[in-house]
Design a protein around this ligand. Sequence first.
Ligand code: AMP
Length: 886
Amino acid sequence: MTGDKVALSYLLLLALSLPPLSIYWEEISVMDERNTPMRTYQVCNVMEANQNNWLRTRHISREGAQRVYIEIKFTLRDCNSLPGVPGTCKETFNMYYYESNNANLWFIKESQYVKIDTIAADESFTQVDVGDRVMKLNTEVRDISNLSKKGFYLAFQDLGACIALVSVRVFYKKCPLTVLNLAQFPDTITGGDTALVEVHGMCVNASEEFEAPKMYCSADGGWLVPIGRCVCKPGFEENKDVCQREWACRPGTYKASATDAYCTKCPPHSSSPQEQAVECVCEKSFYRAETDPRSMACTRPPSAPENPISTVNETCVTLEWSPPRDTGGRGDITYSLHCRKCSGDGRKCTPCGSSVHFVPRQFGLSSATVLVTDLQPDSNYSFTIESQNGVSDLSPTPRGTVVINVTTSQTVSVVLKERRSKDSVTLAWQGPERPNGAIVEYEVIYYEKNQREQNYTVLKTRSNMMTVDGLKPGTTYVFRVRARTDGGYGSYGGEIELETSHEGKGMNDKYLFFAYNNCAFLFRHCGYIKAKQDPDEEKMQFQHGRVKLPGSRTYIHPHTYEDPNQAVRDFAKEIDASNIRIERVIGAGEFGEVCSGRLRVQGKREIYVAIKSLKAGYSDKQRRDFLSEASIMGQFDHPNIIRLEGVVTRCKPVMIITEFMENGSLDTFLKKHDGQFTVIQLVGMLRGIASGMKYLSDMSYVHRDLAARNILVNSNLVCKVSDFGLSRVLEDDPEAAYTTRGGKIPIRWTAPEAIAYRKFTSASDVWSYGIVMWEVISYGERPYWEMSNQDVIKAIDEGYRLPAPMDCPVVLHQLMLDCWEKGRSDRPKFGQIVTILDKLIRNPASLRELANSSVWSVGYKLNAVNSTLSLTRACSLEMIGLDYRI
Ligand code: AMP
């Protein structure tokens, strides 16, 4: 800001009403360069010595200014230019002032004047014509400060120079009226010395002080250092330094605080029907939490959590669920659990009380998973999972909840038949009295008394009887039995100590009664518990934690049957077509349509099933290939392998009936629910697939086409391995491509040794499993995106591995990389994968560290970028500077 100059007096010549003190100063009219008449005061007594000629102004009011400036314009003759002048000739004159309250002083003594300065001609002059002479016009400015009286007189003293005073301008400076930060600062006369003048601003109309506004007026007339400000009152807005009514907030806008400069549009789900609103009101059923800023959208409570699943482990249960579909527009969702213990028929439930514990806690959970411990065995529980957010307390409507019922265990009375010889013991037990779920198998663990840590053996059987042989004579063994259902393992029952007979002694039989707790839930009738020892019995020996699998059950390839129909008869149950009701088409298989429908099983409720049928006009080979899937599937019995209900071969169309998987194939399912699951849920799915694959590899079955498209998902998010047809890799899979050595292979999912020389093993299935992991974490992204199969083969050979998908925990990507080890013996076994994933589920914190998805793994050097690689959710590949050519 520049200062304004205010003239106190101008053209001194006119202002001089009083006679000059010296008669030697003459008032002369001349014409300036523009021919305008101009009056000057001149003196030029250079020829005479001892000059003292005074010229004085009238009284000049200072008008409150403490410092005034005097600008004089004059000409001064150079003594040398005057011929014959004596040495007394001067080239300067003096300027004085006298301060006085009296405006009518006639006489001021010389001694009363205060000298301002001696004025000399300087370099900065301009030429003017004065009469017939060309003269140089000088301009000089001086100031006088700390004036305090009403006014002052100015005087010019000539001591023998040749001077023409052309003008004298007297003025002071002021800081002009200004408005800054909505505060008005008045015209302010600058200070008397160099000090700044502190000026307080006044808030403009319709504004109020936010912080006391002030500024400093500098001696130069400039405003300095603005501090504080005013703000428009609520309902008004600032516009060019004013708060105008006409700018008041219109309906639909608001201004929450005076500190906001402008009216803002109401945030979503709110409105302001009146003018000048200070806030917008939330729509019906939407709320604003106390701590929410007024600018935030109104929000509502979340919908219920979804897809709850439970995994029972003895007297603990892990509950997991998906976040609510509708978050209510907020990010502060938490979950709380309410536990009730219910009677057997589920009719009467009472609160669980404080004996049940929740890890990490029961209320205010931020992640969609909780571990519930210290439940009672053999009990039914009902858990209500409630979702809430920052506005749930403001809503009168009940909170979004989902209920999941869990049965921790069932006590089964077991009659133990003990039959001992010197090297064997026969145990038998009775199935549950009130079966309500399918027992997959029993597990018998035994060890020499006091030797558990060193050496114990686990035997598995689908029967309820077992002979344990190979025991030492006269030795005491400890036996424990537990059952496994589709839901997991139960807890071991009580320990039974039995001593084998001593050498030479015969057999003895004894019956014992005991009970044990089974911690699994959802028992269903188990149709295959046989009365005698099961030939399918599995035996595993654990020595120092290492597993041997002597005599584990092996899968029988249907081709080993001379008559493939016999394989179907051996492994698949014939179903009467009249018990099947086909409802709708759900997919297309290689041999015909896939439908959903219902199957009525005698003595049971109808169950939902998937029905694959063989289209008309098939050849014998096609029929054999079609049914081969059933004879393979029929050999498996595992919660993560698709279950065969049976076949229809005695009438047409020939059909394969399997359990129905409500959510269809995993790849499509994930794409449909992109980003909707917690990492724990994804790991839970992967755990299921790994567990199914462990079962298959334990049975020496190599899948060859493990991929997300061949995994099916049920309504509880349980994943099951499917697609076991003999011809599937060759014909069925659209991903399969012919290799140079012949044969069709799904390149992107297949281990390099299987592509190169058809070395298909469980280790090559592990490679495919790594790809499935990648598919799952990236929600169904296509492995290697749009790279061609040839490019994929070359890239893998050169060491390239898929980078971590977006938001992928580093431990999971590491596990993928382990599955993609070049050497197949370096890859983990499925059993190890299950163990790793179990640990991760138990310790979700280990999943927190995310992999850096922007780098290529294994330091693969790329030579030229293939432009078809798309950057998607799966992976943000850093392409810049990478050259990819293969
Ligand atoms: P497939 O011939 O086994 O590949 O089956 C073709 C399609 O039918 C699959 O991709 C699934 O979408 C569907 N499908 C097959 N089996 C089932 C099942 N058990 N439950 C639900 N959908 C199935």
